[in-house]
Write a protein that binds this ligand. Sequence first.
Ligand SMILES: [Zn+2]
Length: 378
Amino acid sequence: MTPDRARGAGPAGERVISRFAPSTTGQAHPGTLLSALLVWLDARSRGGVAILRLEDLDITRTRAEWATDLIDACRWLGLSWDAVLVQSDRRASHEAALDALAAAGRLYPCACSRAARAGGRRAPDGSWAYENTCRGRALPAGGWRDATDAIRARLDDDRIALVDAGGLDLSQTPARDMGDPVVRRRDGVIAYQLAVVVDDFDEQITDVIRGRDIAPSTATQVMLQRLLGLPTPRYRHHFLLLEPGAGKLAKLHGSIPFSELRSRHSGAALCGLLAHAAGLAATTAPCAPGELVAGFDWRRVPTADRVARWTEHGAVGCCADGRRGARPPKNHRRLRQPREVCAEQGLPILVTVAAADPIRSRSPTTSRVDVGGPSMGS
Ligand SMILES: [Zn+2]
């Protein structure tokens, strides 16, 4: 990492264009908004452009009201975007990329089920790796559009050596480690790995900032960029906000949805909590995103995932890097277990208390909306 990169500046003369790209498959939750805030701050602190891209291609899971919800949630937090783009508007560009891959002889149909891979080899993202079993199969005479199976892209078997801007090693041999990616699903949906690469190029994205859960996909995306002759943007993967007891990724296990957040906090209050969790504010005092721009520096942002714990009164706690922190006010009698241990680092939890209604006692974590959370950006 160059000194310039450490300060967050792009190469001389280059305009930073960054995007926050949640999938519209659930309400926004604190982890979603953390990602939005970090993307926005990074762009604004470098005089760059910040785009909101709504990833709505998965017709089996997306809902129009969740797209609206994400826009509203960002506005409520205090974030303004230079453009709001909808991924499903870009079908023609995605199809052109499939045509280019087909012309290069890279596409093949695959009918292998997920169940058939179970018990095989683990991929870096925890899924079952695909063994490129169908590489020898040809597309139908009418091309990929006539295929009734899923379509995969045959990657080069080369190793991708890549370290992101935060020092995270993303190196992989994606064709072997993950297997050739699906680029068009069996149901006709353009697959994430292809759409994200095409859109990042078309939108001239210079910086891809997203949660660490997406990091194992990066080498596959870089390989697809190479096959399509596209440049590789800078990548940075930030820490995740997890929930204790909710498994590895809180966002998949019913984090507090935006409707619940909005009923308990102001946008400024949540911004203060997120800024504190991200190392950008000494306290959890309410603030606006714009107030954080001048002091924004990735060196202040923790690299390890943090546990956010929502109490019965809507308070949130987060790992405190070993320091004891603020205690909850005395009127929060039912606050349970003010200290917990972060599973990843064994650190005590700092319980910081949000501006929540002390009369309501229903725990947000037990009144979750069972929708699954949206991705924290891709
Ligand atoms: Zn197959």
